[in-house]
Ligand binder design. Structure first.
Ligand code: AMP
Ligand code: GLY
Length: 421
């Protein structure tokens, strides 16, 4: 198979690492890729949302499958454009990707299909938002409707803070993404990330993990894209997995199909495990980052049959998936100043070392300069991952590797996995 992989982060490096292990693979090309991915396959400098150029590349390499990493490619319509060319795509259509790109769409969908999620309202004016806030008590959850680079959610501890967030969003802080705000009931519980592959008609669970969203140890500091993950998350028991599948994933795939908007790709459910069962915090139309990294370490199967079956509506022909019983941990090494103002340019040393055991380093935000030095070029720079017989062992292996890598000015959390440990 010839495969085109779209994206440039640690998630895509992990996907590439797993794809190149497939005996089915003939050729893998990544766009735009990153220096870590470039050690595994050819990379082409095409942006992840440059749909015409990506389609041209898919045709040039006679791609049998295009695997989409980031949501920006879905929002730009990559799946729709590839469908016109008859090229199978692991990724949702622009319309189906609204499960991620429009929070109002998702909340309305949940309401139509009776899916468990927080009570909510969608508002276009501050007056209407105000009236709804009057019916709630603190903390208040205020969200910009559209994609806002992970910054569109405010958990306001006071009414004044809530009002300010509403005005800020409706006032254009996130451009058109904030033209509507979603206000939600605050849910209490532990958060987990659940993944399912969906081929438009059917779905199969495809792993679970727990992320650490706050920047600093003890879940303190600003929200980030995720500072580290571990899998499995023991808090998500088999019974809860089954419940989440039956009450959320399966009806979502059925409902999307019934509405003429079939969902194809990976569906990432951010779940809150509340006293009354798992409830949906949000859907994403992509693998989590850095959740994908730990899933790829644990996936025992060849990944290509899964990606291909998802893209071609044939998931029901496969059995599994099989994940290794071992635990996987991912520690994010972030640049100085992340998430507010990450500093680029630090020279990274030691990332290419052989750490022995089952440790592997994925590149998330790196570039290679003219002299061949590896430099930090993003907020999250490296994803240091390891597999171990136990979570303890995986964590120790990952942190030993972190300790051997020099990222000047950088930082990482030292407590990844604390909830399970
Ligand atoms: P989101 O971008 O929707 O995932 O929101 C970011 C974070 O805000 C989530 O990971 C949760 O920690 C928190 N959050 C979002 N919605 C709610 C809610 N309704 N109740 C409690 N926490 C929430
Ligand atoms: N790690 C959370 C996300 O990918 O959205």
């Amino acid at each position: 198979m010839n495969v085109l992989l779209i994206g440039s982060g640690g998630r895509e490096h992990a996907l590439a690492w797993k794809i190149v292990q497939s005996p089915m693979l003939t050729r893998l090309v990544a766009a735009p890729g990153n220096p870590g991915i470039a050690e595994l396959c050819e990379c082409r400098d095409i942006k992840a949302n440059d749909v015409p150029a990506l389609v041209a590349l898919a045709k040039e390499i006679a791609a049998d499958l295009v695997v989409v990493g980031p949501e920006i490619a879905l929002e730009a319509g990559i799946a729709d454009a590839l469908a016109k060319e008859g090229i199978p795509c692991f990724g949702a259509s622009q319309s189906a990707a609204r499960l991620e790109t429009s929070k109002a769409f998702t909340k309305d969908f949940c309401a139509r299909h009776g899916l468990p999620t927080a009570a909510y309202g969608v508002f276009e004016t501050a007056q209407a938002a105000d009236a709804f806030l009057d019916t709630l008590t603190a903390p208040f959850v205020i969200k910009a409707d559209g994609l806002a680079a992970g910054k569109g959610v405010v958990i306001a501890q006071s009414r004044a803070e809530a009002d300010a967030a509403v005005l800020d969003m409706l006032g254009g802080r996130f451009g058109t993404a904030g033209a509507r705000v979603v206000i939600e009931e605050f849910m209490v519980g532990e958060e987990v990330s659940l993944f399912a592959l969906c081929d438009g008609q059917s779905a199969v669970l495809f792993g679970q993990a727990q992320d650490h969203k706050r920047a600093y140890d003890g879940d303190l500091g600003p929200n980030t894209g995720g500072m580290g993950t571990y899998s499995p998350a023991p808090v998500l028991t088999d019974a809860l997995l089954e419940q989440a599948f039956d009450e959320l994933i399966a009806p979502t795939v059925r409902g999307m199909a019934a509405e003429g908007n079939p969902y194809v790709g990976v569906l990432y459910a951010g779940l809150m495990l509340t006293d009354t069962g798992p409830k949906l915090v949000e859907y994403n139309a992509r693998f989590g980052d850095p959740e994908c990294q730990v899933l790829m370490l644990r996936l025992a199967d060849d990944i290509l049959p899964w990606l291909q079956a998802t893209a071609t509506g044939t998931l029901s022909r496969l059995s599994g998936p099989t994940f290794r019983d071992e635990a996987a941990v991912c520690v994010v090494m972030a640049a100085e100043g992340y998430p507010d103002a990450p500093v680029s340019g630090a020279v990274i040393r030691g990332a290419a070392s052989d750490f022995g055991g089952e440790a592997v380093v994925f590149h998330a935000g790196t570039t290679r300069d003219a002299d061949g030095n590896l430099r930090a070029s993003g907020g999250r720079v490296l994803n240091v991952c390891a597999l171990g017989a136990t979570l303890h062992e995986a964590r120790d292996l990952a942190y030993a590797a972190v300790g051997a890598i020099d990222l000047p000015g950088g930082f990482h959390r030292s407590d990844i996995g604390w909830r399970a440990l």
